[in-house]
Design a binder for this molecule. Sequence first.
Ligand SMILES: C=C1C[C@]23C[C@@]1(O)CC[C@H]2[C@@]12CCC[C@@](C)(C(=O)O1)[C@H]2[C@@H]3C(=O)O
Ligand SMILES: O=C(O)CCC(=O)C(=O)O
Ligand SMILES: [Fe+2]
Length: 346
Amino acid sequence: MSTLSEAYKDNPLQLHHIIPLDFHSVQVVPDSHLWPHHDSQDFPSGVTSDGHSSMPSIDLSDPNVVELVGHACQTWGMLQVTNHGVPSSLLDDVESEARRLFSLPAQQKMKTLRSPVGAAGYGSARISPFFSKLMWHEGFTIMGSSLVDHARELWPHDYESFCDVMEDYQKKMKALASRLLLLILKSLDVTEEEMNWAASVHESEGALQLNSYPSCPDPNSAIGLAPHTDSMLITILHQCNTNGLQIFRDGVGWISVSPAAGALLVNVGDLLHIFSNARFPALYHRAVVNQTRHRISVAYFYGPPADSQVKPFVKLECPCYRSLTVKEYVSIKAQHLEQALSLIRI
Ligand SMILES: C=C1C[C@]23C[C@@]1(O)CC[C@H]2[C@@]12CCC[C@@](C)(C(=O)O1)[C@H]2[C@@H]3C(=O)O
Ligand SMILES: O=C(O)CCC(=O)C(=O)O
Ligand SMILES: [Fe+2]
């Protein structure tokens, strides 16, 4: 069985697209990180300029949860969930362990640098090579079996709490993602066979991404994470408690999505967009930075095993995407980013 990491092997990154800036060592934004001004012409997500809509917030114990989740995926590609069963103490712990990691000196974090052909470890976002400027961001990806080795490199005598929290968080995210996927499949009226396919998704481990956006001397001239869609089926995002996420809405523009205590955000990724035969939009989003706060976010990416076939569900007529494996899609995305979906359109 192949893994996602193998899809990255054919598309190695250059070191300057992996090694983040040592943000603590700079007082001004260097030219390498200067983006054209994006003076946030944004709207808060509750009050959009189209007047009536706001990003759906769904209580997972609502009796109409299937319809609500389906409608949110179709109209926004994103929803906020409450009553999700993930203890707020664990949400706090994952943020503080991530903060502990990113507060380490640069040379310590560099001991776990992601390899040019690898998937796990410390480094800049994978999408970096597609932009002429670098991002005000450093990440740490947990995927596969490297967690304990990496944690030992970071804290030789004090690595257990990091591992315990990350393992627990990953387990809870997987359970929540699997529950959400079943709701989504029910909303799409898929076949029994496709409903059973959800169990195979549960076999894949997913990826956990810790994001760090240090405070920035000139936030309007830098970008935390450049605009992108996520590649997997769904992403569960814990924004912690600092603004920064923006989503793009046709006819409106960039909308800020404020964190709500205890709530989690769920968004549609490319693979679910394909399975839904384009009924659900893959959410286009970015992260902006701010002058005073070091923002942390934690994203869990849930997708099928690398060898699985991806194609629109059969009852959704006139498939508009060809069938391919997860690994093939990840490889196309690694080479073409935003063009990936149009390259597989029928
Ligand atoms: C499963 C994954 C999704 C991701 C690539 C990865 O292998 C692990 C990191 C993820 C991330 C996080 C930041 C944004 C993003 C586009 C990136 O560059 O790395 C996503 C990737 C994705 O969704 O394609
Ligand atoms: O930090 C955020 O709010 C967004 C993170 C994100 O888009 C990602 O990890 O893919
Ligand atoms: Fe994302």
